[in-house]
Design a protein around this ligand. Structure first.
Ligand code: THU
Length: 200
């Protein structure tokens, strides 16, 4: 038998944030009979992440400006090893656009993704400005890819950026025809490790 129950929020704020991740619990009960009758009950917790799909042709002026900046940034990627060029454009709360592209290295782990290049550049130049939007584009060889999403390490840095400024931001992952829009970056990193896990 399956029954649904609305879940109590877990310890961390990210789980109780309605726009980032929604938590629900369901109780699964089952009965097994072989000679004796056993029953057991497990509570399964489900996380769901709201996101939107928008067509590139419906981009407003802000998104067009960010997309153009990200495409230009991707041209400046240094990606001789993967030949995969990523461009990231950030809109800061003061209206400034900061860009980044992936910067590779013959010692592979020494390279850096476009997202972190942009976020660290913004942190270095505008330490007090929150990020409002992060927009991403990527090209494999010369072709725009179907979809691009941040890697795990970048998701961690996105999380730190939003907690640092106490402001979640939009992440817009632009593909060929359409973009995935997350209104709250925290949705990209459930069960996140953050500063609240460390001793005061
Ligand atoms: N890369 C990014 O810059 N951002 C992403 O979201 C995914 C991957 C880079 C890292 C590496 O230079 C190349 O793309 C191939 O993984």
């Amino acid at each position: 038998m399956l029954s649904d129950r609305s879940g109590a929020p877990l310890k961390k704020d990210v789980f109780s944030t309605p726009n980032a991740i929604k938590l629900s619990n369901s109780n699964i009960r089952a009965t097994i009979t072989f000679g004796y009758k056993f029953w057991f009950s497990i509570t399964m917790h489900t996380l769901s992440i709201p996101y939107e799909r928008i067509q590139r042709k419906d981009f407003d002026a802000t998104l067009l400006r960010l997309e153009e900046a990200a495409v230009e940034a991707a041209r400046n990627a240094y990606a001789p090893y993967s030949r995969f060029r990523v461009g990231a454009a950030l809109l800061l709360s003061n209206g400034v656009v900061v860009v980044g592209s992936n910067q590779e290295n013959a010692a592979y782990p020494s390279g850096l993704c476009a997202e972190r290049t942009a976020l660290f550049a913004a942190g270095a130049q505008y330490p007090n400005e929150a990020v409002e939007i992060l927009l991403l584009v990527a090209f494999s060889e010369e072709d725009r890819v179907e979809s691009i999403t941040p890697c795990g390490a970048c998701r961690q840095v996105l999380m730190e950026t939003s907690s640092r400024h106490q402001k979640p931001f939009k992440v817009i992952m632009v593909g060929k025809e359409q973009a995935l829009v997350l209104h709250d970056n925290r949705g990209l990193l459930p069960f996140a490790f953050d500063g609240s896990d460390l001793p005061e």
